[in-house]
Write a protein that binds this ligand. Structure first.
Ligand SMILES: [Zn+2]
Length: 318
């Protein structure tokens, strides 16, 4: 990957990897407001480039000193600013790590979702092991929970979890319950052996009858909240379903409806999905749970340096 060369040149990826972009929304808006608005995009780009330069200096990045003909970096006291000063950290988009409590559930407000008996829950219908909770016990529905990775996952999120045998399973969250214990009901999917013919990503389908009888999967499984590992990105296989734009709504801009109409895709089925394996988020975790052939990265160009030089030569001609 090209980032290897960038790391050699500019320093560790962690220093400029900002996965949490929320902080930048505020910075972006301020840049837009404090501008003469004649060329906002250019002004914002220049401002961000300047900020990145400061971030590069503060985080120990090197630059070429032409007077001494060597690469130099800022001294220890300057580098310490980024570690110690929360104001600087925030302005440069650095998000300090939050304390993660895996399995913690955020409940729906009691007025919206009052307590319910065990027998009225989805989990009770898919409980397979012994010792089900007391039928009379009271439960509250949760809207989200914290996975082991620290991801906030909600009903409808696609997640990887560990089943009772400790095997990794993937599925979509149907219900989150909090009572004497916290339980998550998952609509289970199976990862196909062969990647998608066009996207080359793993395909997800529902377990078939044979797999269910062999104990390899189930339509629904109930897991403890603590066994939810991490969130993943799953998309509908629209190519297979030949999904078409079938719905339309008005385009929104800054929370207001515009007169432009955008069309929405109506998915043909709810059974065939593709697992996105090139998302940066949780890439390492995903590569640990998937079989090696499904996650192997194929370089676009075997010889990166030759490709780089060829492109550079073309750019000079143009
Ligand atoms: Zn679709």
């Amino acid at each position: 990957m090209a980032s290897r060369y960038n790391v050699w040149r500019f320093g560790l990826l962690i220093r400029f990897a900002t996965e949490k972009y929320e902080v930048f929304n505020g910075v972006f808006r301020l840049n837009s407001i404090h501008s003469n608005r004649l060329a906002p995009s250019r002004d914002i780009a220049t401002r961000f480039a300047t900020m990145d330069r400061v971030k590069h200096l503060l985080s120990g990045g090197y630059w070429w000193d032409s007077s001494r003909s060597c690469w130099i970096q800022a001294g220890a006291a300057v580098q310490k600013i980024l570690l110690d000063d929360p104001v600087f950290q925030r302005h440069l988009g650095w998000v300090s790590p939050k304390k993660i409590v895996p399995g913690a559930v955020k409940l729906f407000p009691a007025a919206k979702s009052p307590p319910l008996a065990w027998n009225d829950t989805t989990a009770s219908k898919h409980w397979l092991t012994e010792n089900p909770p007391n039928p009379e016990s009271a439960w509250r529905r949760g809207q989200s929970l914290t996975a082991q990775s620290g991801d906030k996952v909600a009903v409808g999120s696609w997640v990887w979890g560990l089943n009772a045998e400790g095997r990794s399973v993937i599925g979509r969250i149907t219900e989150i319950l909090s009572g004497a214990r916290t339980l998550v009901t998952i609509e289970q999917f199976i990862c196909g052996e062969r990647p998608h013919p066009e996207f080359e990503w793993p395909v997800l389908r529902r377990p078939n009858g044979a797999e269910i009888t062999q104990g390899l999967g189930n339509s629904f499984i109930v897991l403890s909240a603590g066994s939810i590992q991490f969130v993943c990105s799953v998309q509908h296989d629209c190519r297979l379903g030949k999904c078409r734009p079938d719905l339309s709504r008005k385009e929104m801009q800054e929370r207001e409806e515009t007169s432009r109409i955008v069309s929405l895709i109506k998915h043909a089925d709810g059974d065939h999905f593709i697992l996105n394996t090139i998302a940066l988020h949780n890439f390492v975790r995903l590569s640990r749970v998937l079989p090696r052939p499904l996650i192997e990265l194929k370089p676009l160009n075997e010889n990166h340096v030759a490709f780089h030089k060829e492109m550079a030569a073309q750019a000079r001609v143009n």
